[in-house]
Design a protein around this ligand. Structure first.
Ligand code: GLA
Length: 394
């Protein structure tokens, strides 16, 4: 018994050793933004190019209010690909497509700012965006000035139509021009997890995508979270791993899968950028994305992503498959996530096995059911892919 406990401890610390071995970056991007993960909405998953319009941005702003999202901290309204004209103007500047932005981009930014919201735009580090609109390569200075002059707050920078090679210098070039643009602009790196971006993303951007797109199915949700667990240590206030935009209320995930999608992204300290047509969100999905206790965990000022841990008797985690047992520190406790990754299951963890807890009695709240209790363990009976998230305090 003693030796098996010791063995478990060694294995547990080997898994968690990834966290302990994170080397601090010599210098991090400090534009004052992204101290907690970004919360907002993006047009792409909701309606691709069709949603890159003033009308959709302003409708989203109204819905942020009426759905109660703004009150919970959702503030970025991010326009993805297809917002500009297909050609720059004769001076080389990007032009907001007048058919999509009849009063120009600044009018939309002003209107969002007046409501206490922020505007995000999308661009690309190559010659063209992924949908074939002008990229910023060779125009970085002009584009950063344009964004600042319009009052843009967030810039997602993609990786299509590039010359290839290491993407880091391209992303650094845009960082430098954004920093000298005169406006603090959240910088979201979207190189799809290439070039081990998590090892340098913190000195370049406020967030960095860690994988290809979260296409709309459970398998993407699961594989992105599996990747996120292995690089959790790189997320800190000011720069977080970006697990990509949400697919909740987009018709492919059941309620349990939506709870797991939201729960994993929240405890992993990913940005939460909603991706549904907000005018059609279902009430059950709305309840999930409005879960106050879960959002508080995501926005905890400590900003330390949860990762996997191995309870005594559980199979070892693998880097490529979603693992059921997650935990991470909070400024006022510990979060535990339990996800039925492969089959319906009753999952139980003893607090003695949980990093940051240990022997003793703790109080807990499960964020989705609101159930509370206290003891030396927690347990959840879960349907396939469903998740429970426990906030545990001494
Ligand atoms: C890439 C990005 C997506 C989205 C599209 C737009 O695929 O990874 O998030 O921005 O381009 O074309």
């Amino acid at each position: 018994m003693v030796s098996s406990t010791l063995f478990t401890c060694i294995l547990t610390s080997a898994v968690l050793g990834q966290v302990g071995s994170a080397k601090p970056l010599a210098k991090r991007l400090d534009n004052g933004l992204g101290k907690t993960p970004a919360l907002g909405w993006n047009t792409w998953n909701a309606g691709q190019c069709n949603f890159a319009t003033a009308a959709k941005a302003l409708q989203a702003a109204d819905l942020f209010d009426s759905l109660g999202l703004k009150a919970l901290g959702y503030n970025y309204i991010n326009i993805d690909d297809c917002w500009s004209n297909k050609a720059r103007n004769s001076s080389g500047y990007l032009v907001a497509d007048p058919a999509r932005w009849p009063n120009g981009m600044k009018a939309v930014a002003d209107s969002l700012h007046a409501k206490g919201l922020k505007l995000g735009l999308y661009g690309d580090s190559g010659t063209q965006t992924c949908a074939g609109y002008p990229g910023s390569q060779g125009y970085e200075d002009k584009d950063a000035k344009t964004l600042a002059s319009w009052g843009v707050d967030y810039w997602k920078y993609d990786n299509c139509a590039t010359p290839g090679g290491n993407s880091q210098p391209r992303y650094e070039k845009m960082r430098d021009t954004l920093l000298s643009s005169g406006r603090p602009i959240f910088y979201s790196l979207c190189n799809w997890g290439r070039d081990n971006v998590w090892t340098w993303g913190g000195k370049v951007g406020n967030s960095w995508r860690i994988t290809d797109d979260n296409f709309n199915s459970w398998s993407y949700v699961a594989s992105i979270a599996a990747r996120g667990a292995t690089i959790a240590q790189y997320g800190v206030p000011g720069g977080f791993n970006d697990w990509d935009m949400m697919q909740i209320s987009n018709g492919k995930l059941n309620a349990g899968e939506e709870r797991a999608h939201m729960g994993l992204w929240a405890i992993g300290k990913s940005p939460i950028l909603l991706g549904m047509d907000l005018s059609k969100i279902s009430s059950s999905s709305l309840a999930i994305v409005k879960n106050k206790a879960l959002l508080a965990i995501n926005q905890d000022p400590l900003g330390k992503p949860a990762t996997t841990f191995r309870p005594s008797g559980a199979a070892a985690p693998s880097a490529s498959a979603l693992y059921p047992y997650w935990a991470g520190p909070l400024s006022d406790g510990v979060v535990i996530g339990l996800v039925a990754a492969d089959s319906a299951a009753t999952l139980t963890v003893k607090f003695a096995d949980v990093p940051g807890l240990g022997a003793g009695t703790f109080s807990w709240t499960e964020v989705y059911s609101g159930k509370t209790g206290s003891g030396t363990s927690v347990s959840a009976q879960l349907a396939l892919h469903d998740m429970a998230v426990f906030k545990v305090v001494k």
